[in-house]
Structures are given as structure tokens and as C-alpha cells.
Design a protein around this ligand. Structure first.
Ligand SMILES: [Zn+2]
Length: 231
């Protein structure tokens, strides 16, 4: 194979997705707009927590339409904009099956005045699926701990981790279905599955990398202790 072609393919294989972040909803939850490249006309939206009108305006400014909506978990601050965005764009909604009730019965779970509405998700996930949307291939990974059916979406070195893992912190485990050991297991499984340079795009706060968190995050100290071997 000519060297130029090999190089071009290698570059393509390494090409990262383009990620823009917007703080949406009452808690300014990170909503991510993901595109295969800067000029892509299809965008995938992760966790639209509110203000779908503003988000649609941003997409239109960038000349992009919404190809799909991916939800990491069902907490109200991650799904407040789903109904408006999905109805306005016709984009299919992917969400964890185990947390579908939080969207389908939004008003029963969200605090009053958060602006969201119930919506029936189009595609239910549990982890293990590959989702091809907007010219991007996303791996869906089960990462319970912060919530019981939480998933992450991974594409081209970018990991959308919802509220499992933050820069220098982790998600709370005191909400229904939360569990500390399960959360640690989920972080461990991500660390085993993806390289340290993987960029983590969390539900709150700045982006980080898996490697930096494994090295420095005070909540992950347990993962750094070498396993005791019984003799
Ligand atoms: Zn949450």
C-alpha cells in the first residue's frame, strides 16, 4: 500500500470527534454537541438538560441538524430539554432502559419549575450496544454507581461519562439506586477498557482525562492501591 494512503488512513482512524459544550438547565449541566468533524451537518446531542430553543439556535448557527439525542442517565438535570429538542428536530432519543420512567414520568421525579416534559424514548440501551449516528460510531457502556442504569457513550477517544466521574471528584451515591462500590467498579472497568489519554466529558465541570483522574482524583485512591495477594 502506498505510504501516503497508509498515512491518510492512520490519520482518519485517529481523527477525534468535535465536541462543543453548553451549560443547560437549572444546574447548568454540561450538554455536549458532538460532530464527526467541524463541517459536519449532523450533530449528536448528549444530555440536553434544558433550553432546547437556545440549543437549536446554536445548531442552526453551525449549519447542523440534530441526528440523535443520547442520555447518560435519567436525573432531571440531564433530561429537561429532551422533549422539546426531540419533538422540534425529530431526532431519536436513546436512554438507559432501567431509567426510562424518569423521562416518561418526568413530573413525578423532577422538582417543580424545571421546565422539562415527559417523553417516550425511541431506543432503550443497557450497555454493550454500538450506536451509529451522525457519521459517528458510539459504544454504549454500562457504568452504574451514581444511578442504577447509568451508561457512558464512547467515540474516538471521547468518553461522555455523565455523573460517574468528574475532574477531581465523582458523582454522588446517596440518590436512589446509588452505590459507592458499584461506582468504583464502573470507573475501574472504564480504566481497563480505555487508554489513559481518553478525554472524559463529564456531566458537570471541566473535561479531564481518564489517566489524570486515575492518578490524582482523591476519590479513586482505592483503585491505586495494588491488590493484596493472599499467600
Ligand atoms: Zn445525576
Amino acid at each position: 500500500m502506498p505510504q501516503a494512503v497508509t498515512r491518510a488512513r492512520a490519520r482518519l482512524a485517529r481523527m477525534d470527534v468535535v465536541v462543543d459544550c453548553y451549560g443547560l438547565g437549572p444546574l447548568q449541566t454540561n450538554c455536549y454537541v458532538v460532530r464527526a468533524d467541524r463541517g459536519a451537518t449532523a450533530a449528536v446531542v448528549v444530555d440536553p438538560g434544558g433550553n432546547a430553543a437556545d440549543l437549536r439556535l446554536e445548531l442552526a448557527r453551525g449549519g447542523a441538524s440534530c441526528a440523535a439525542i443520547l442520555i447518560t442517565h435519567g436525573h432531571f438535570d440531564h433530561i429537561g430539554g429532551v422533549a422539546d429538542l426531540a419533538e422540534g428536530t425529530g431526532a431519536p432519543v436513546y436512554m438507559p432502559e432501567g431509567e426510562r420512567a424518569l423521562l416518561e414520568r418526568y413530573a413525578d421525579f423532577a422538582p417543580a419549575g424545571t421546565g422539562g416534559r415527559p417523553y417516550m424514548p425511541d431506543e432503550l440501551v443497557a450497555g454493550g450496544e454500538t450506536i451509529e449516528v451522525g457519521g459517528i460510531s458510539f459504544e454504549c457502556v454500562s457504568i452504574p454507581g451514581h444511578s442504577p442504569a447509568h451508561v457512558a457513550y464512547y467515540a474516538d477517544s471521547a468518553l461522555f461519562s455523565g455523573d460517574l466521574l468528574f475532574a477531581n471528584s465523582v458523582g454522588r451515591v446517596d440518590l436512589p439506586g446509588g452505590d459507592w462500590d458499584t461506582l468504583l467498579d464502573s470507573v475501574r472497568s472504564l480504566a481497563e477498557r480505555y487508554p489513559p489519554e481518553t478525554i472524559v466529558y463529564p456531566g458537570h465541570g471541566p473535561q479531564t482525562t481518564l489517566g489524570d483522574e486515575l492518578k490524582r482524583n482523591p476519590f479513586l485512591a482505592e483503585l491505586r492501591v495494588p491488590k493484596q495477594i493472599d499467600t
